[in-house]
Unconditional design. Structure first.
Length: 244
């Protein structure tokens, strides 16, 4: 099962639903009705809108989950800055430009839809997608570092910070200035206390926990790493973690 934060997905879907309501109602609803040639009769009933609203919310949930899946894989890409809000927003922007804008433009090109109405909807969807990306990226990043951050020094002079996820399915490794790689790497559990993934600079990274010690492999280079002394926090212990 993919390590998707479902709370983030639901939150993003609700945000999209609320923003859509505001854009097509209290905020700029009059402009939308003018562009869409909608003329209220005064006989509209809220109960008649409920089925459509539920379908709208379901579509938002599917969109939010799809964005979360894409962000999950993109967060370990060497071309992005690692996990975080900005990475998720970039994913949302590319989805908006590459799929939403282009696919809906066919309605203008072939189906005679008003270009002004299309531009209105594109602008609304841009705000919605950015908001969804920000929510998903923020929540996913928080979950990825839910058990704190632990600093390590390695026997080859390198250093890094380790942030285990709450479910221990992933760990985030951030290289220090003297790191074996640059940027960050989100590693996924392969077996027991072993994890693997790709760093921001494109190098393969593998990590195995053994008590308080970490065995780190970046490309063909290997190092044994131990926790830095921290009087305020106990070191991360993989033995304790495996017993949870």
């Amino acid at each position: 099962m993919l390590p998707i934060n479902l709370i983030a997905v639901v939150g993003a879907a609700l945000a999209a639903f609320i923003l859509g309501f505001l854009f097509h109602g209290p905020v700029i609803g009059k402009l939308w009705m003018k562009l869409a040639n909608v003329h209220p009769t005064g006989n509209e009933k809220f109960i008649d809108m409920v089925p459509k609203m539920l379908w709208n919310l379901l579509a938002n949930l599917v969109t939010a989950y799809g964005l979360a899946v894409i962000y999950l894989f993109a967060s370990s890409s060497p071309y992005l800055g690692g996990p975080g809000t900005w990475t998720a927003v970039i994913c949302a922007l590319w989805l908006w430009l590459g799929f939403l804008v282009t696919s809906t433009s066919m309605e203008v090109i072939w189906m005679g839809r008003s270009a002004k109405l299309w531009l209105f909807e594109c602008a609304c969807s841009l705000v919605v997608m950015v908001a969804m990306g920000a929510i998903i990226g923020t929540y996913q990043s928080a979950a990825a570092s839910g058990l704190g951050a632990y600093a390590y020094d390695c026997d080859n002079g390198s250093a890094f910070t380790l942030s285990p996820a709450e479910d221990l399915k992933t760990v985030q490794v951030a290289a220090d200035a003297q790191g074996m790689f640059t940027g960050t790497a989100t590693l996924r559990e392969t077996e027991g206390t072993s994890y693997a993934g790709t760093a921001s600079d494109g190098q393969s990274v593998a990590l195995t926990g053994d008590g308080e010690t970490v065995h780190l492999k970046v490309g063909s280079e290997q190092a044994t790493c131990n926790p830095k002394a921290d009087p305020d926090n106990a070191p991360w212990n993989w033995g304790d973690a495996s017993e949870e």
